[in-house]
Design a binder for this molecule. Structure first.
Ligand code: CA
Length: 223
């Protein structure tokens, strides 16, 4: 999961980054609206955490702009403003949630998980597939209660494919999601295939992952 943190209080931004990195998120930090606007234009994020009180931008204007270029992202407003009007305005502009400062980092994480569940129509933090079980909160992948030892990248690939079940996900999408940049040379697209081969091997030791389909020349799909 790729997260953009837009927050001009440097220490808070770093605390959020540390916390989320430990939970497996990849974070970009911005301290100004201008920087955020540039990043939003070139990257597709899963989450945008947006402080409304920025030095150079009205946070609500930035939210409006960000929704246009990053339609798939979930937006959480971080606000020190106690005004209910700002919260309402933010939610009306399409923010998914808001947190009033100060907030606890575990609460932020829980809210993010709740948004993910809603977005993907899940009622729990676990998703079952072919006898395997993905736990999105604890970042585990199990078969019959036995943990499977996946690397971080392998877990992230499976997690992303499973959340997007029944959709073909291209190698470029996976690369962008995992590394944040679109890398076009063949070596890098081969890199995804190598991870995928390792994933299949690890899963097959438990049960043949017939649900994990390679769509020739395009990418992968979970059925
Ligand atoms: Ca601020």
């Amino acid at each position: 999961m790729h997260v953009l943190i837009v927050e001009d209080e440097k220490s808070l931004a770093q605390e959020i980054e540390n916390f989320l990195s430990h939970s497996g998120y990849r974070c970009d930090l911005c301290q100004t609206g201008k920087e955020a606007s540039e990043k939003l234009f070139v990257n597709q994020y899963d989450f945008v955490l947006l402080d409304l009180g920025l030095p150079d931008y009205d946070g609500l204007d930035l939210l409006k702009e960000a929704k246009e270029v990053n339609a798939e992202a979930a937006f959480i407003i971080l606000t020190a403003r106690s005004s209910t009007n700002d919260k309402i305005a933010g939610l009306n502009l399409g923010a998914d949630d808001y947190l009033a400062k100060p907030f606890s980092l575990p609460e932020l994480h829980s809210r993010m998980q709740a948004i993910l569940r809603r977005k993907h129509g899940l009622t729990r933090n676990t998703i079952s597939i072919g006898g395997f079980e993905l736990d999105i909160l604890n970042r585990t992948f199990k078969f019959d209660n036995q943990g499977i030892n996946l690397t971080k990248k392998e877990f992230d690939i499976l997690h992303y494919l499973i959340l997007n079940k029944n959709k073909v996900i291209t190698r470029i999408q996976l690369t962008e999601h995992l590394w944040g940049d679109i890398l076009e040379d063949d070596y890098e697209s081969n890199y995804i295939d190598v991870h995928m081969k390792n994933i299949r091997k690890k899963l097959a030791a438990f049960s043949d992952p017939v649900w994990l389909e390679t769509v020739r020349g395009i990418g992968y799909r979970i059925n």
